[in-house]
Write a new protein. Structure first.
Length: 452
């Protein structure tokens, strides 16, 4: 490949982990001398970082691939890479379906991109989906923001939820060492980042694969310990984390979040269903009563905390009464945000083989009902912000009104107000809220917040 034509484009599907992986792979490509281009048709290296959690995300990948495969027939020097969860799931099958692909690589291989790509440039077609021990994250990501940053703390997942393909495609849990995580955060602080989000498929499992445990079987180091260890990095003003699992969410963790001032009062804890029989069929390992206790405990320690979650409707065998139990839980708790989805059978998962699948019509109807309730409850939750003064960390410009900047409150509510991005980017501003909507706010700046 000639040096005057080294341009790359990455399209990312799916979760925050995928976004973090894409930033790391972009960093690798830039270290190799490639320049980013927004236009995929202007790039000669195209990378699709894929998601297989829902069938529609997977089908979209094939649609994008089809267009670039056609282009490659006229431009043989085009390099097509499929990374992420579809790559891991499909492996060689992807090459049979789209022979124009040059490299198929699972999520565990993100840090190996340079080595794999050099093999491709030597004329090889590569599939890298074997399970490996993840190499410590020594890449320099090309981050999409220069205010907020993702920090991976644990890869993989050992849970076996019957609907979920993630353990099959992202492998077993592998925690990074506390020292490596803190070093990365210190470097982010040096570069001027103000907020970090700690990431894991099941972040509360952090540390249980690290060496050492007590005779009673208690792990010597866990996620709460990590929060205490990294909290005092100078320059970092806010810390978030996702995604949590109710099975492992402890009062000690909640207490730490209340005690440590940099930790934002925002918790993303998926519940998936409000019915105990369905939770058992999903192999989630908790009851709706336990989930409610967790939320009650959070609100005892932090009454104003924002709660977001994930929920699935139309799981195999879900009765009308069981669906009503999900609606009841949503109505009772009042989430600030809820990511909802109709159940989608995924290859290699137990639930996909069950005979009691629901029709697409029933699933679509239940999803619509749930989404209506979510909007009503989110609008109710938003009312508490009206006329209040909130601290907003400025990240960018409001794309719909360029006279406004945008950022998020500590509770993760998107907030817009008039201001000059050049002056305010990366600053925390006190904003009086004048308009509330279900999922965003508008206000007027009062003053800059000066961190202590």
């Amino acid at each position: 490949m000639t040096t005057n034509s080294r341009r790359y484009h990455i399209t990312t599907f799916g979760c925050q982990m995928n976004k973090a992986d894409s930033e790391r792979m972009a960093g690798v490509l830039e270290e190799m001398g490639f320049d980013f281009t927004e236009d995929p048709n202007d790039a000669n290296v195209i990378l699709y970082n894929t998601c297989t959690i829902r069938d529609n995300a997977e089908q979209k990948v094939y649609s994008y691939l089809g267009r670039q495969a056609k282009r490659k027939q006229e431009e043989p020097n085009l390099t097509i890479i499929v990374a992420g969860c579809v790559a891991q799931q499909e492996g060689q099958t992807l090459l049979r379906r789209v022979p124009e692909i040059d490299l198929v690589m699972g999520p565990q291989h993100a840090n190996r991109l340079q080595d794999l790509l050099e093999q491709v440039f030597d004329g090889n077609q590569i599939v890298a989906t074997e399970a490996i021990e993840i190499i410590e994250d020594i890449t320099k990501p090309r981050r999409d923001s220069d205010v907020t940053a993702w920090v991976n703390v644990i890869y993989g997942c050992n849970e076996r939820c019957t609907y979920c393909v993630v353990p099959n495609v992202r492998g077993i849990e592998q925690s990074r060492t506390p020292e490596a995580i803190r070093t990365e955060i210190e470097e982010l602080s040096r570069l001027g980042y103000k907020e970090i989000t700690l990431l894991g498929q099941n972040i509360d499992a952090y540390g249980r694969d690290l060496p050492g445990s007590t005779p009673e079987g208690r792990h010597l180091y866990n996620f709460t310990d990590l929060l205490y260890f990294i909290h005092d990095v100078p320059g970092i003003e806010r810390i978030r984390f996702a995604t949590s699992h109710p099975r492992y969410f402890t009062e000690r963790l909640i207490r730490a979040c209340a005690e440590l001032p940099k930790i934002c009062e925002h918790f993303h804890i998926p519940f998936q269903s409000g019915d105990n029989q369905l939770l058992k069929a999903m192999a989630r390992g908790y009851t709706h009563e336990k989930y409610r206790r967790i939320i009650n405990t959070i609100r005892e320690y932090m009454p104003d905390a924002s709660i977001s979650a994930d929920a699935i409707v139309g799981f195999p065998g879900e009765t009308e009464e069981q669906f009503e139990n999900t609606l009841k839980l949503v109505d009772d708790i009042g989430f600030d945000l809820l990511n909802t989805a109709a159940y989608s059978p995924r290859p290699g998962t137990p639930a996909a083989l069950w005979e009691n699948q629901l029709s697409e019509e029933v699933k679509a109807d239940r999803l619509q009902q749930l989404n209506r309730l979510v909007s009503v409850k989110a609008a109710e939750r938003s009312q508490r912000y009206f006329n209040r003064i909130e601290e907003v960390l400025v990240e960018g410009t409001n794309s719909k009104d360029l006279s406004q900047v945008m950022g998020r409150t500590r509770g993760n509510r998107l907030t817009f107000f008039s201001g000059n991005l050049a002056e305010l980017k990366g600053q925390q501003v006190k904003v009086k809220i004048t308009q509330v909507r279900p999922f965003s706010l508008t206000g007027e700046p009062v003053e800059l917040c000066i961190p202590v």
